[in-house]
Design a protein around this ligand. Structure first.
Ligand code: FPP
Length: 237
């Protein structure tokens, strides 16, 4: 328990394939994926994980069939509205990262409401990455920096710490562990700046099948790794 990752990020993948395996529409997979979101959030909070980031919708996901996109947006609204009371009971704060202004009004409204109601909760922060992509985030940071430079910011003095302050994750520590489900071994434009030293964990399990024990397995796997941050083993002792 004293080597628990403070921040876990998850690429929830495989909903569509999970549904297809059972001859069901893709949306059936997303609906069941919500159960995993619930279970994993609960498990992470119980353990004492401080931040849990879930990749729920990428900027690239807009190019999916229209019906699937609108079903996902509705599911988000429905889930946030339904789960706010659970978040309150469990003292969990909701946050979101991404280009949120481009989300449909209804989604944004539910999200803002959920964030506002839970803003003073302190046990764990649940961060939904919505209309998020890391390149969008880094580019947006560069644009803001450029603006500040025209207002007098000395870019010669820029450090990694200062640059991090321009990212949507400015108030969130970098994740120690990144999990991707469904056997795909890619980062898919997720938190590129923040995962420089993150341990990556890939599992074959499809997201709708991901349960508490799968999260424990990922954490135990993480705990058995040696994080050297560029040093050699002997220096760590
Ligand atoms: C990836 O599976 C999953 C998504 C793009 C959406 C994830 C959304 C949810 C689990 C539901 C809502 C979430 C919250 C936080 C309330 P995929 O569709 O890419 O699966 P595939 O690779 O098998 O096609």
């Amino acid at each position: 328990m004293n080597r628990l990752p403070k921040h876990i990020a998850i690429i929830m993948d495989g909903n569509g394939r999970w549904a297809k395996k059972q001859n069901q529409p893709r949306v059936f997979g997303h609906k069941n994926g919500v159960k995993s979101v619930r279970e994993v959030s609960e498990a992470a909070a119980e353990l004492g994980v401080e931040y849990l980031t879930l990749y729920a919708f990428s900027t690239e996901n807009w190019s999916r069939p229209k019906l699937e996109v609108s079903a996902l947006m509705s599911l988000l609204v429905e889930t946030i509205r339904k789960e706010v009371s659970t978040l309150m009971e469990n003292n969990i704060r909701l946050k979101a990262i991404g280009d949120l202004g481009k989300l449909p009004d209804r989604t944004l409204e539910a999200l803002r409401e959920g964030i506002e109601i839970t803003q003073n909760n302190s046990r764990m922060t649940l961060i939904l990455a919505l209309n998020y992509s890391a390149r969008w985030e880094i580019l947006a940071a560069a644009k803001k920096l450029h603006w500040d430079a025209t207002k007098g910011l000395d870019t010669e003095k820029l450090t990694e710490e200062i640059f991090s302050q321009y990212l949507t994750t400015h108030d969130i520590p970098d994740p120690e562990l990144l999990v991707r489900t469904s056997g795909e071994q890619r980062i898919s434009n997720f938190l590129l700046w923040q995962i420089a030293y993150t341990e990556l964990y890939f599992t074959e399990t499809f997201w709708p099948d991901f349960r508490k024990k799968d999260l424990y397995e990922a954490i135990i796997n993480f705990q058995n790794r040696e994080r050297r941050f560029g040093k050699i083993s002997e220096q760590l002792a």
